[in-house]
Write a protein that binds this ligand. Structure first.
Ligand code: SF4
Length: 68
């Protein structure tokens, strides 16, 4: 299973809650989310990444899984 993250910085309202997953999300100079790490999400990081997506008030973080 391959898990990937996409972010929509256009939806981001800069709440910063996604920084609960350090190493994946940060806020750029315009105060909008930047995805720091692309590619498959290792299993040990899935909890933090899922928390970030769930907490995001703008639904700007999408997590998708596909069979590899
Ligand atoms: S939690 Fe959502 S709205 Fe807040 S900075 Fe992260 S992506 Fe943007």
């Amino acid at each position: 299973m391959t898990t990937r993250i996409t972010v929509d910085s256009g939806k981001c309202v800069g709440a910063g809650l996604c920084t609960v997953a350090p190493g994946y999300f940060d806020l750029g100079s315009e105060g909008r989310v930047i995805l720091l790490r692309e590619g498959d999400v290792p299993e040990e990081d899935l909890g933090a990444v899922t928390d970030a997506a769930t907490m995001c008030p703008a639904e700007a973080i999408r997590i998708s899984s596909e069979r590899s």
